[in-house]
Design a protein around this ligand. Structure first.
Ligand SMILES: *Cc1c(COP(=O)(O)O)cnc(C)c1O
Length: 477
């Protein structure tokens, strides 16, 4: 299996794009073609899921996309990533029925209580495997507003060839998020706090990355959601969820609380592979860039001043970084057109308008996309309603998905993706049900742990100095 950039670069092998992230032409890597699963393939995969479990099932799916790592090694990777110890359940991503026709896919059982663990745990293992094979090390430099950073840090705790510097906005995360990230005590994982906003953190990362010599000397890489390895790990739970809700026959639909379009894009890939998915329902919060596109045909990115701070913060985006992957398929894989629209026009005008193109109607008619918006009031009402009627507490992001999923439901099972646990979001939970969520036993130490951070309030040169002096791994060996 080879990979090409949505803007034309390539082809490349999987392990090369694994360590690289974004393609040199600014595009995102996608497989040259999607592997297809016929009904016989699906039947035998269903048996593997039932009899050998999620980790082996995941290795089978990954192997369809990865031909430069032997299967037995892939299975070792998924077995180390998906353990009962980390996910609290042998099933890893169990499904439960909430009400007639509506299911919840529990994707947030991992170490940081958000669905990002599902992909990040595999990414951490893949990095460690490939860096060992190449006898080199890597520095992950990233910025986080909460979920991604902690999922990355927990995934890279055991990756002995990776040094992490993760920037976060000082005083802007919840107490639980701070406890979870800053409570990590490893010299390979450095939490750098920055006075300011998430965007200020992101700007510092960009500034350091712009110094090509520094970047090369420290082998600086990223773990952001455009990494194909993260996306392909997410394809796995769409297929396992389909099995569980459909018993291996008939169509299902998914509703997905969306931000950067990474989660739902994996659903798109599963559908392209032939998994019987009727609709992919893209749920947004007040930051409705994607809902606007799927209703009007106009993709209009927002300025950061136009991006609302909401009570489902992981969906507060101004543009959806994975959207280009879907758009590539939408144009019939026309990389020239994608390069023009995303590399040029979007930067110049902030808008891509497909209303008068031949593919104006395809997002819905051919690719099954539906959409809807959920607001703060909807989240509060949905959390309260699901709790009152079913005794189950959902988090605000999942509530956005459930609200929109209920609106778009047909006669097929609708599977709502549970993208985080409520423990991380005390204040909206209290607003909805009158009390804060209980802290699950496995997180009981989070708030008490001693916290470790390094302050960076003097700009990019200081950040470089921190990286120089605190890196304990030799860049190349
Ligand atoms: C990251 C995240 C999302 C958005 O997922 P995308 O892949 O960016 O669309 C939704 N909910 C939670 C809790 C998240 O952490």
């Amino acid at each position: 299996m080879r990979y090409v950039s949505t803007r034309g670069y390539g082809p490349m092998g999987f392990t090369d794009i694994l360590l690289e992230g974004l393609a040199p032409d600014g595009g995102l890597y996608v497989p040259e073609e999607y592997p297809r699963l016929d009904s016989e393939d699906l039947r035998s995969l269903g048996e593997i899921l039932a009899y050998e479990g999620y980790a082996t099932f995941a290795a089978e799916i990954l192997a369809l996309f990865i031909d430069d790592i032997p299967f037995s090694d892939l299975e070792g990777i998924t077995r180390r990533a998906y353990t009962k110890e980390k996910f609290g359940t042998d099933l890893i991503a169990p499904l439960s029925q909430v009400e007639p026709g509506l299911w919840l896919a529990h994707l947030s059982q991992g170490p940081t209580a958000a669905f990002k663990d599902m992909a990040m745990q595999v990414l951490g293992q893949l990095f460690d495997y490939e860096l060992t094979r190449r006898q080199r090390t890597m520095t992950i430099l990233g910025a986080t507003s909460g979920d991604t950073g902690s999922a990355a840090e927990y995934a890279l705790l055991d990756a002995s060839r990776v040094q992490v510097f993760m920037l976060s906005p000082l005083g802007r995360m919840t107490a639980f998020q701070r406890g979870q990230m800053y409570g990590i005590n490893s010299p390979r994982i450095v939490n750098v706090t920055v006075p300011g906003s998430f965007d200020d953190c992101q700007d510092l990362v960009k500034e350091v990355n712009a110094d090509a010599e520094f970047k090369a000397r420290h082998s600086i890489g990223a773990v952001n959601s455009i990494n194909w390895a993260r996306l392909v790990s997410q394809v796995v739970y769409y297929i396992s969820s389909w099995f569980q809700a459909s018993d291996g026959q008939g169509e299902v639909s998914f509703c997905v609380p969306s931000g950067n379009f990474g989660n739902i894009c994996a659903g798109h890939v599963a559908r392209m592979m032939g998994v019987p998915i009727r609709s992919l329902v893209c749920a947004t919060n007040e930051n409705n860039v994607l809902a606007e596109f799927f209703t009007s045909g106009v993709y209009r990115v927002r300025a950061s001043t136009e991006t609302f701070v909401t009570s489902s913060p992981s969906m507060d985006i101004s543009k959806a970084s994975n959207f280009e992957r879907f758009f590539f398929d939408l144009t019939g894989r026309d990389s020239e057109q994608v390069a023009h629209l995303f590399g040029d026009q979007l930067n110049r005008t902030g808008v891509i308008d497909i209303r008068s193109t031949p593919y104006a109607h395809l997002p819905a008619s051919q690719y099954g996309f539906r959409t809807g918006v959920s607001t703060h009031a909807d989240r509060v009402a949905t959390i309260a309603d699901v709790f009152r009627r079913h005794g189950y507490l959902i988090d605000p992001h999942t509530a956005d998905g459930v609200k929109v999923g209920r609106e778009r439901k047909g006669d097929e099972p609708m599977i709502a993706m549970e993208t985080a646990l409520p423990v991380k979001f005390g204040s909206i939970t209290k607003e909805a049900i009158g009390r804060v969520p209980e802290i699950p036993a496995r997180f009981s130490q989070v708030l008490d742990a001693e916290q470790h951070t390094v302050l960076c309030d003097q700009g990019a040169d200081q950040l470089k100095h921190i990286i120089e002096t605190m890196t304990i791994l030799k860049p190349a060996s």
